[in-house]
Write a protein that binds this ligand. Structure first.
Ligand code: IMP
Length: 198
């Protein structure tokens, strides 16, 4: 099994990536350096692709000269893009979640009938001097209420199109990964790392 070192401080993302990539023949492990998950700087940028690439550069430079330098290094950046808010919070999703939170988003959308939104994830991997990136999108709606206990982040207010009215936080981890932005982005990256045999 090929090992993929995931550089993130988010345990939920590691668990999801493990669940998505294990059946595809990859062993996902969170990268720790000196016993700590490295803190990557997130630049303020308009596009999450740019943020992911910047995070990857930092992650790779941290592994250079260490026992990990010949291994695949993965980072990921994601966000929730709400149609009626012109894509907000998008690249600012982390900050917005920590400040106004889920109830703040629901208040911003109070009375709004266009609930369309999408989760987007960009996975970026460095392996054998190559950078590979893949984007995954999950279309859906912002719910009227906060519902469900599983998942993390915006899961309790996001209803994927395929989820029969349930929020991501009401799906099993397997159900979420089979339709999620992260599921699509990571599957894409897995095919770039090991192209499917014809
Ligand atoms: P980042 O990719 O870690 O910068 O995440 C940006 C924001 O989106 C954070 O508030 C995350 O909690 C949230 N987020 C990222 N992925 C997901 C997801 O799969 N479900 C719900 N929220 C997410």
């Amino acid at each position: 099994m090929m090992r993929v070192l995931f550089v993130t401080g988010n345990q939920n993302k590691v668990a999801e990536a493990y669940g998505i990539l294990s059946p595809l023949g990859f062993y996902v492990e969170q990268l720790f350096i000196d016993g700590k998950a490295p803190d990557l700087v997130e630049p303020q940028a308009e596009e999450i692709e740019e943020i992911a690439k910047y995070k990857l550069e930092q992650a790779v430079s941290l592994t250079m000269g260490t026992e990990f330098e010949n291994e695949a290094v993965l980072v990921e950046d994601s966000g929730l893009f709400i149609d009626s808010l012109s894509g907000f919070p998008g690249p600012y999703s982390s900050f917005v979640k920590e400040t106004i939170g889920l109830s703040g988003i629901l208040s911003l959308m109070s009375g709004e009938t266009d609930r369309g939104a999408e989760f987007k994830a960009v996975a970026a991997v460095y392996f054998k001097d190559k950078i590979m990136t893949c984007t995954g999108i999950c279309r859906g709606f912002v719910s009227e209420n906060i519902s469900g206990d599983s998942g993390f982040g915006y899961d309790p207010i996001f209803i994927p199109e395929e989820a029969n009215g349930r929020t991501c936080a009401q799906l099993s981890p397997e159900e979420k990964s089979s339709i999620s932005h992260r599921g699509f982005a990571l599957k894409g990256v897995s095919e770039l790392l090991i192209p499917p045999s014809k």
